[in-house]
Design a protein around this ligand. Structure first.
Ligand SMILES: Cc1ncc(COP(=O)(O)O)c(C=O)c1O
Length: 402
């Protein structure tokens, strides 16, 4: 008999997006033409100057351990970015760079939480938030979105019923995954003013910051400086610079928090590879110009996807004004079929993959059944083909097409 495993870690769910991807790959290996709308990464290559900066660094021998929490040049460049883009002032010792925003968030949860603490997470949420809280021995408290999912989406009145004396932190994600929506500045300000009165950590995941198509995405701390003391900004290079495989993310926050997260990193991943840091530095220097045309392409794909989805009168969606996702409300169509009672989008997504060969992540993965997430970071022709198949699957269960 094996010795027992960790009870805390055994509660974690494997990432459902990774599981779906694996199934889609298996079907593709069997020769099926799979349309994969499940991936959370841009389909663009990393811009060439960034790649070259990494190669040059390797050739120059930047292959040894780097500084814990990121080298000073990179942390200084991040300080510059936060001032320029977000009008937020930090010093380099308040920045910790890690192996993707995911590692930063994982370490942050371990660093901030104690057993019994509660973390408020608005649904639909990115799959890892709840699991990170559980891994830290604390309790995720999921706050469902309003039934009609229309604006405003996160108000003090929605949060208040979930507040207890154990509430320790809240997570805000704008632009959001899987929602694909941006909290408008007026709503964000109201939220910030409410949070300024609470004694919680405010964790703001701004990884899709550059993908806001109908107006700027403004950090809650820029709008409400009063929360700065307890505010922790998390961002990364994966999405905005098409650098998912490079694994670079960072946090900016109070020095005490940066110190403890850095200490944790010295005992886990040690540091970011120094040649990766050089690519990241180049991304901060020129990445936005290098990616500008790609942002326009994403916006065009968003418009195309919305136009096609509007051919189905029963479909609704969260306002898709950011990131590269549309969170589609299938509830009216699912209600027409006994097979998918109780907003069962999980079974619908299985059918969609197995019969129509389209991979999309069901709302259950994000704490919001009855929905399905479209990632439109794919070629236009793939988008058209996949949405046609989704339409066929909906019509087959009683959905109507205009
Ligand atoms: C909202 C959100 N935060 C964080 C991450 C993690 O990004 P990375 O670890 O690649 O920096 C993702 C990735 O999908 C995400 O969607």
């Amino acid at each position: 008999m094996l010795p027992t495993l960790s009870t805390r870690i055994s509660q974690l769910q494997p990432s459902p997006t990774v599981a779906l991807n694996t199934k889609a790959k298996e079907l593709a290996d069997l020769g099926h033409k799979i349309v994969n709308f499940s991936v959370g990464e841009p389909d663009f290559p990393t811009p060439e100057p960034i790649v070259q900066a990494g190669i040059k660094a390797l050739q120059e021998g930047k292959t040894r351990y780097g500084g814990a929490g990121g080298g000073l040049p990179l942390r200084k460049a991040i300080v510059g970015k936060l001032l320029k883009d977000n009008q937020l002032t930090y010093t380099p010792d308040q920045i910790v760079v890690g192996i993707g925003a995911k590692e930063i968030l994982f370490h942050l949860n371990l660093a901030l939480l104690n057993p019994g603490d509660e973390v408020l997470i608005p649904a639909p949420y990115w799959v890892s938030y709840t699991e990170h809280v559980i891994a830290a021995g604390a309790t995720p408290v999921v706050m469902p979105m309003p039934k009609d999912h229309k604006s405003p989406r996160l108000t003090p009145a929605m949060i208040e019923p979930f507040v207890t004396p154990k509430t320790k932190a809240i997570v805000i994600t704008s632009p959001s995954n899987p929602g694909g929506f941006v909290i408008p500045p007026d709503e964000m300000k109201v939220l910030g003013e409410y949070l300024a009165q609470k004694n919680w950590w405010v964790i703001s995941d701004e990884i899709y910051e550059y993908m806001s198509f109908d107006g700027p995405s403004i950090s809650i701390a820029t709008l409400v400086p009063a929360i700065r003391e307890r505010f922790i900004l998390v961002n990364g290079f994966s999405k905005g610079f098409a650098m998912t495989g490079w694994r670079v993310g960072y946090m900016a926050g109070p020095k005490e928090v940066a110190d403890i997260v850095r200490t944790l990193q010295t005992q886990s991943s040690t540091c970011l590879p120094p040649f990766v840091e050089e690519g990241a530095l180049e991304a901060l220097r020129h990445g936005r110009e290098l990616m500008a045309d790609k942002m326009l392409i994403l916006r065009q794909r968003r418009d195309l996807a919305v136009a096609i989805l509007q051919e189905f009168p029963e479909l609704d969606m969260l306002p898709p004004n950011g990131a590269f996702y549309i969170f589609i409300d299938l509830r009216k169509v699912l209600a027409k079929s006994a097979l998918y009672a109780n907003d069962n989008s999980l079974d619908f997504s299985k059918k969609l993959l197995e019969t129509y060969h389209v991979a999309m992540v069901p709302g259950e993965a994000f704490g919001t059944p009855g929905f399905i997430r479209l990632s439109y970071a794919v070629h236009e022709n793939t988008l058209k083909e996949g949405l046609k198949r989704l339409g066929d699957a909906l019509v087959a269960i009683g959905g109507t097409r205009r």
